[in-house]
Write a protein that binds this ligand. Structure first.
Ligand SMILES: NC(=O)c1ccc[n+]([C@@H]2O[C@H](COP(=O)([O-])OP(=O)(O)OC[C@H]3O[C@@H](n4cnc5c(N)ncnc54)[C@H](O)[C@@H]3O)[C@@H](O)[C@H]2O)c1
Length: 465
């Protein structure tokens, strides 16, 4: 039976049959944190998660098909800026190790999948990473194990893709625990639990972010919730994997649509001569019914520009158009072009043409104070500026070098922040805290600011857009 000290699950109640022995054993090990946890995909999500689990006392093994990452971790090196080598060393002392060999999966009590879910070139869900990982893991799945998918995806992925691939590849002919009476033998458990992260946010401790958990059935929900309660202050149990999958998409679509709204209102405010940032700050004083979102040069990161389109793609199966998502995508995707138009206009005001202009771009990261440039609007803006003949260089303390852009190999190196007079325009794309904006304005001929980073600085050299 369930430990009575556990938080009450909405799904397992007194009318539910006792937990089968194989689930009881896992549950006890998860509660005691003596369970072995395998994390597949040691990127921005999987590595911090592994360290958190290790810190809580679990025995963690990381699995990744990128041998370079595995070598780095085995040598105690970090490849993510905000994770210090000392944190990896501490985890290694607690038994953390990394490997490319999936055979070790068979020794785990629970396996968490944190692999990428990007879009294809035609902006359709690319689930090949989830599928390939499931295929590679399936032969090593053992009876009673819990498998959790954390990768962001459309509702239905866990049941329509992950479970069939695992069942088909199972060397022991295992099946997922069904919805009827709990089987004692021949089953494994599956849940979906989305990752919630706000890179660069130092105000909310990772532990205090509630973790949404939806199992394929009640036992899986309970096992997964118990696992996460070992590292998070609260697990939020929901009734199915689909609800958990959709919850993550709602959160990201909400952000995407609201950012599009303020981006559109910024375009109007610029025409009206109204400062949209001042408007947002004033509106944010309302103690109810308003949450501030801020305009910018376009969306970036691995989530907001991508995840909503997972749902719009899936919606087509139901003859349904997700109009808010499409409209938000249209507005947000037009922002880098808007920035470039403003740079041209600002240069024009200085009797300079874009063709041949020397432009210093500040910030390659999609967001301030982080070392992530995935989907960064800076990449698009560089390509658009170059198309119009501008000579673009960049500075970003987080990126000494940049290889590929969206469409071209940019192959650029960060330029020192010196002699700013040599540039026709300094373009602020990312409002990193390290920059001294007053000094930058002072030393530059012209500053185009897409982030309101120069707020409070009065100068006719600044063009906010
Ligand atoms: N980064 C974020 O802030 C964030 C936030 C919330 C949700 N997510 C979601 O989490 C998931 C992972 O994102 P991420 O940012 O950690 O990605 P990432 O690219 O940083 O890391 C993914 C890792 O998976 C590994 N990998 C890929 N295929 C593999 C395979 N077949 N076998 C083993 N390893 C494999 C890669 O080598 C890489 O190390 C995505 O679905 C993403 O949408 C990310």
């Amino acid at each position: 039976m369930l430990n009575p000290s556990l938080p009450k699950s909405p799904q397992i109640d007194s009318s539910h049959p006792p937990l089968p022995r194989i689930a009881q054993q896992r549950l006890a090990r998860l509660q005691a944190r003596s369970a072995r946890i395998g994390v597949i995909g040691l990127g921005y999500v999987g590595l911090p998660l592994s360290l958190l689990l290790s810190e809580a006392g679990f025995k963690v093994t990381g699995f990744d098909n990128d041998a370079k990452k595995v070598d780095d971790l085995e040598a105690g090196r970090s490849y993510i800026l905000r994770i210090l080598p000392a944190e990896i060393a501490a985890a290694r002392q607690h038994g953390f190790s990394a490997t490319t060999d999936f055979a070790g999966l068979s020794h785990q009590d629970a396996i968490i999948l944190c692999v990428p879910t990007p879009l294809t070139a035609h902006r359709e869900p690319d689930l090949s990473f989830v599928e390939n990982t499931a295929k590679a893991a399936a032969p090593w799945i053992r009876e009673g194990q819990l498998i959790v998918l954390e990768s962001t995806t459309y509702p239905g992925t866990t049941e329509e893709l992950l479970i069939p691939v695992l069942e088909m590849g199972s060397a022991d002919g295992l099946k997922v625990q069904g919805s009827g009476a709990p089987e004692e033998q021949g089953v494994f458990y599956v849940a979906f639990s989305p990752e919630r992260e706000d890179p660069g946010n130092v105000t909310v401790a990772r532990r205090d972010i509630p973790k949404v958990v939806g199992g394929h059935e009640a036992i899986a929900t309970e096992l997964a919730a118990t696992l996460y309660e070992g590292i998070f202050a609260r697990a939020v149990r929901v009734s199915s994997t689909r609800v958990a999958e959709m919850t993550k998409l709602l959160e990201n679509i909400y952000r995407c649509v609201n950012i599009a709204l303020v981006n559109e209102l910024k375009l109007l405010s610029l025409r009206m001569g109204v400062d949209i940032w001042e408007v947002i700050d004033a509106a944010a004083t309302k103690p109810f019914g308003f949450q501030p979102f801020y305009p910018g040069p376009g969306l970036g990161g691995h989530c907001i520009p991508i995840d909503p389109f997972y749902l719009s793609w899936k919606a087509r199966e139901y003859d349904f158009n997700t109009r808010f998502i499409e409209l938000a995508g249209e507005v947000n995707e037009a922002m880098p072009a808007h920035v470039v138009q403003y740079v041209a206009k600002a240069l024009n005001g200085h009797k300079k043409s874009m063709n041949g202009a020397r432009i210093l771009m500040l910030g390659m990261a999609y967001k301030k104070d982080i070392d992530d440039l995935r989907e960064s609007p800076s990449l698009t803006a560089i390509e658009l500026l170059r198309e119009q003949g501008a000579q673009v260089v960049y500075n970003d303390p987080y990126f000494p070098k940049v290889g590929r852009g969206r469409h071209y190999n940019l192959n650029m190196t960060s330029t020192p922040l010196t002699d700013l007079q040599q540039y026709d325009c300094v373009l602020i794309m990312t409002d990193h805290s390290d920059y001294d904006y007053a000094a930058i304005v002072n030393e530059s001929k012209l500053v185009v600011d897409t982030r309101n980073a120069t707020q409070g600085i009065v100068s006719d050299k600044i063009v906010r857009c």
